[in-house]
Design a protein around this ligand. Structure first.
Ligand code: SAH
Length: 248
């Protein structure tokens, strides 16, 4: 297990004070890698002031334009939400998810993604996550402050790292990166369009159901190679026929 393989990703945070408070929470719990996706107001003196002794987390933060840039090389991506979402995104408790994240970090990069203060994560951003985590707060007031949400998950992660026996939790080996999975989905959508299978434009609902199906099987890099090979063969039927031996 290696907490340096865990990154906290904030999608379009609006308030620099929250970015600083997130850095502080991360510093408290021994996390170092912060990714900021299109922050509204950053760098900022307010962020530095709120980070307190964890300014090094801000100094090393990576700023990206798109969520894909922040999670592309990760092989397990956790999304967080204040609200329950559709069944397409399997939910785990914060404790179970962070125990799994700790185990996964023994083998590969892991991302924990947090949404905008105003509107959380969009459905298409959740599409890029392997699982969804919701801190079980009271239903009438479910929305935590961004930095408070990070602190709770970072604390659970810290417990997981220090708990006896967590090393026995198996990380899935050979799982695909978020970028490989995303490219596969894009390829699949193109091919489904080409063969006339898609009726709706854009085919958001169908694609979301297909993604849920693949998410359940936790695709490996090898699986993706096979599936994309099949898609390419579907796109080149004539080339394929020519390669077959002639009929006797
Ligand atoms: N109004 C937004 C709330 C966003 S709060 C909404 O309804 O979605 C900002 C971010 O903090 C969320 O996107 C999520 O990443 C995190 N967060 C807030 N409350 C949470 C909770 N109860 N469980 C998990 N994450 C939470």
């Amino acid at each position: 297990m290696d907490s340096s393989r865990i990154r906290i990703v904030l999608v379009q945070p609006s308030h620099p004070g929250n970015i600083g408070a997130v850095a502080r929470a991360m510093g408290n719990m021994g996390l170092q890698k912060l990714y900021l996706v299109a922050p509204k107001d950053y760098p900022s003196p307010e962020a530095i002031a709120r980070a307190a002794a964890a300014v090094s987390v801000l100094d090393r933060a990576t700023v990206c334009a798109h969520l894909d840039d922040a999670i592309g090389d990760c092989r397990w991506v956790v999304g967080t939400s204040a609200r329950p979402r559709a069944i397409e995104w399997p939910e785990m408790t914060p404790r179970a998810a962070m125990a799994q994240a700790a185990a996964e970090s023994a083998r590969h990069e892991v991302a924990i993604v947090f949404g905008r203060e105003s509107s959380g994560l969009s459905n298409s951003e959740l599409d890029r996550c392997d699982i969804l985590v919701r801190v079980p707060v009271v239903a009438e007031f479910a929305s935590l402050n961004l930095a408070a949400a990070v602190l709770i998950l970072a604390y659970e992660l810290r417990l997981a790292y220090t708990a006896a026996g967590v090393t026995e939790l198996a990380a899935v080996s050979g799982s695909a990166t978020a970028e490989q999975v995303q490219h596969f989905y894009e390829h699949l959508e193109v091919v489904l369009g080409e063969i006339g299978f898609l009726t709706a434009k854009p085919p958001v609902k169908l694609m979301r159901k297909l993604k849920a199906l693949f998410r359940r099987s936790r695709l490996s890099t090898e699986d993706i190679n096979i599936l994309r090979g099949i898609l390419t063969a579907v796109q080149q039927p004539r080339v394929r026929r020519q390669q077959l031996p002639p009929d006797p």
